[in-house]
Design a protein around this ligand. Structure first.
Ligand code: PEP
Ligand code: MG
Length: 561
């Protein structure tokens, strides 16, 4: 059979393959008729409503066991919807005033509410249209005694449907499902949320590209790209299978290593934290067992807004990350724009060399009103967790002093306003310029921690533009100049009782894990998916056995490239 490629929107990552199967939904035709005893009919509705609410309670428990509290909440929301006063009143009117039978009254009300939700501007509210239909079909099923259909297949399948209601998703036998494809749906629909929490790849919005006559054909879905391939040719299949292998390897790692310490064979511990760009990244940090957040690139909040984000807007975002992370450490980096991250509303003058221009802390110190808004939001949020504030692109001692002064001013203001903040906020800086590395003995006296931004440190040390892919062998983050600077920073930090991490991409480079452990790095902050491979590497290392050689290699003639 010829290969067919279909593009949808991936809403739950992972690659899966199997036969395509269309969801069988038991469709009952709703009869409409006029009732004589409207009170008895209202009683029928109330009985069905309470049966539906009981079922939803059971489903909430099932979802809680399978996918946690967030999934359970969906059904608790449905319970509330089922007894929503406006919804119930609309049904009551149709039964008592129009003498309509309960099934038809629920059907009409569901359609009316679903239309209302669908017409709202907010995508989240639009997605609620599916929920009200789902709750209503449950009540109708209770009225008519019809049971929802399932998967009638002896082998696991890739399940296709026009759309799947959350209750349909949770009732399905998970051992039979390898992935979901729906014609409609939205990324914020509860089905997408459930699929993500259950770790099942899901693709939505394929429209009518997927046809019922494809049933039974072999299909591969890639939930990260949204691609659906039927009867893949050999090359496509190999690429997707390699991706799947990698994913399975991650899963196995997860099972083996989750909850384990980041400790070497000879007992040296190191923290493995995560880099994030949005509050929505936190669940992935937690599911990959990240020990904290070592770098929250706050400029993404600014990049997602069309004007300067307000103090309250930022406060809510920081507060969400801090509260979601519980008692784990969270390092939020202050605004790092400029260079490759340009934002129109900042109206920065065009520069010949933006990477060496007006960027990051330089902008903040030159435009204190912007900096202060962010610092106020950060300090206010600090009351909700374990916060570290970190300044990017430092080159001089005076910059850190000035930034710290701003922090003191902000704390005074908050004191005067009676707004709470944590007294234990740690202050740190990024070491990402050679100047900061060289001056780290002095800088260490001003801060609680250092975090080495090896992406920029490599670029500035080697005078190699990190954006320029053509520099090839000239751009070498393993260059001894970079590694020696890291060792120097580490030594200076420790002499002054300051902890030191790496939050650039190099932190996840397993070829250098032994080096980082040997020079005594305290924390590595990496993308969430890199946590467990790194943990595995750390647990396989015996630092005492490699340290001497690693340190000698930093100075060895043959390595002086
Ligand atoms: C770095 O420079 O290494 C770093 C972590 O910051 P960014 O990549 O955001 O510049
Ligand atoms: Mg940087």
């Amino acid at each position: 059979m010829t290969m067919i490629s279909i593009q949808g929107k991936g809403v739950s990552t992972g690659v899966a393959m199997g036969p395509l199967y269309y969801y069988q939904r038991a469709k009952s035709t709703i009869r409409r008729y006029e009732v004589e005893d409207v009170h008895a009919e209202w009683g029928r509705f109330k009985a069905a409503q309470s049966k539906a609410i009981d079922q939803l309670g059971e489903l909430a428990e099932k979802a809680r066991e399978e996918a946690g509290d967030e999934a359970a909440m969906l059904f608790e929301t449905h319970q509330m919807m089922a007894e929503d006063m406006d919804y119930e009143e609309a049904i009551e009117n149709l039964i008592k005033e129009e003498k309509l039978n309960a099934e038809a009254a629920v059907t009409d009300t569901a359609a009316q509410f679903a239309d209302m939700f669908a017409q709202m501007d907010d995508a989240y509210m639009q997605a609620r249209a599916a929920d009200v239909k789902d709750v209503s079909s449950r009540i109708i099923a209770a009225l008519t005694g019809v049971v929802q259909g399932g998967i009638d297949s002896p082998v696991p399948v890739i399940l296709a449907a026009d759309d799947l209601a959350p209750s349909e998703t949770v009732q399905l036998d998970k051992t039979k499902i390898l992935g979901f494809i729906t014609e409609g749906g939205s990324g914020s629909s509860h089905t997408a949320i459930l699929a993500r929490t259950m770790g099942i790849p899901a693709i939505i919005g394929v429209g009518n590209q997927l046809k019922p006559e494809y049933e039974g054909r072999d299909v591969i879905v890639d939930g990260s790209t949204g691609s659906v391939v039927l009867d893949a040719d050999e090359a496509t299949r190999n690429v997707m299978m390699a991706k799947r292998e990698e994913q399975l390897r991650q899963r196995r790692l997860l099972e083996e290593l989750k909850g384990q310490e980041n400790i070497t064979r000879d007992g040296q511990k190191i923290k493995v934290f995560c880099n994030i760009g949005n509050p929505e990244d936190v669940p992935t940090v937690l599911s990959n067992d990240g020990g904290g957040i070592g770098l929250f690139r706050s400029e993404f909040l600014y990049l997602n807004c069309s004007d300067y984000p307000s103090e309250d807007y930022q406060f809510e975002a920081y507060k969400q990350v801090l509260s979601d992370m519980g008692d784990k450490e969270v390092v939020i980096r202050t605004l790092d724009i400029g260079a490759d991250k340009q934002i129109d509303y900042f109206q920065l003058p065009k520069e010949e060399n933006p990477a060496m221009g007006n960027r990051a802390l330089r902008i903040c110190l030159n435009r204190p009103e912007i900096f202060k808004t962010q610092l106020r939001a950060l300090y206010r949020a600090s009351a909700y967790g374990h916060l570290g504030i970190m300044f990017p692109m430092v080159t001089s001692v005076w910059e850190v002093k000035e930034a710290r002064k701003m922090c003191e001013q902000v704390k005074k203001e908050l004191d005067a306003e009676g707004k709470p903040y944590s007294p234990d906020v740690q202050i740190g800086i990024m070491i990402e310029t050679p100047a900061a590395a060289v001056m780290s003995d002095r800088l260490a006296k001003l801060v609680d921690f250092f975090s080495c931004g090896t992406n920029d440190l490599t670029q500035y040390t080697l005078a190699c533009d990190r954006q320029n892919n053509d520099l090839g062998r000239f751009f070498n983050p393993h260059h001894p100049a970079v590694l020696r600077l890291l060792k120097m920073v580490c030594d200076n930090a420790h002499k002054n009782g300051v902890w030191v991490g790496i939050c650039g991409e190099l932190g996840a480079d397993l070829e250098l894990t032994e080096t980082f452990l040997s020079i005594g790095i305290d924390e590595l902050s990496v993308s969430p998916r890199a946590v467990l491979p790194l943990r595995q590497k750390i647990r396989e290392t015996t630092v005492s056995a490699v340290k001497e050689k690693v340190l000698a290699d930093l100075l060895a003639d043959e390595n002086a490239l």
